[in-house]
Design a binder for this molecule. Sequence first.
Ligand code: SF4
Length: 331
Amino acid sequence: MNEFSPRSLPRLTLREWDGPLTDELLRVPGPFGLGQLPAKQQPTSVTSSVCGYCSTGCNLKIHHRDGLPVNLTADADYPVNLGMACPKGWEALTPLAGPQRATTPLLDGAPISWETAANTFCSRMKAIIAEHGPESVAFVSTGQICTEEMAFLGAFAKFGMGIIHGDGNTRQCMATAVTAYKQSFGFDAPPYTYADLEESDVLVFIGANPCIAHPIMWQRVLKNRRDPDIVVIDPRFTETAQAATWHIPVATKGDLALLYGVAHVLLREDWVDHSFVEAHTSGFDDFSRPSSRTSRQSRLKMPRGFQRRTLSDWPSSSVVASASRSGGRWE
Ligand code: SF4
């Protein structure tokens, strides 16, 4: 074994000669109310954009310099993200510098101008429509383009091209949820706001992992100062489940059985706000009839690790009445 000697240590670099100089790192007050910004990234204009990475809808301010985006900040005045963005949002400009990003239109593999590309696209599409009729073509848009682009696409396709069929994947993938919202709440959107995440005594997440998938939404849960009970119904032991008061690891598709079971207990114990039901719902008598409850439950597979006794034990403190914590995990 070699004797230890200071000379055997790797040579330390005590000086760097190619790092940024201090004046390059200087921060100065930025324009447009943006606060302190690096001196060399002072924007000449700012536009707003919605982050397209997840459906939370955080608003970002894009800083432009000489017509090119150079930086971004999260919008402090926007009610969704309140000045926050997750690592995905902060990287929203990174793809613009991607080496494989398509920046030039190609025709048969050869670069062409945007004007030629637009004319070629229009003339060829219109030729198809002229020959086969307006129903022969359709477009499908994407949730990854923002509202203004979506509106432009619709106007361009319908009024410019005469295309009569168009749809968005946002409507395709939300079709079942929107139908359920309309049937349940009479309106095609969730009947709550993100601010409720900060105010509620009980939060129930079914099959959702906002810790990872929607970090800004989860951030708003963490801002809740009411020490809420967090119930996570999910077969997976997700990061959100790990942070929950209870994790209920139902089997896949077991959520419906669980929810019918909860409804059964609410009805059996008469933990029902009858005046609310009377004023705002329809079909309650059918739903609550014992025979239809039994038949619904018997058709459904009970969740893994789930016993009828467990359902009766669902603490009323958290689900129905007060917000006192009962702790424990439902397993
Ligand atoms: S949570 Fe993150 S990925 Fe989702 S919209 Fe906000 S910044 Fe974008």
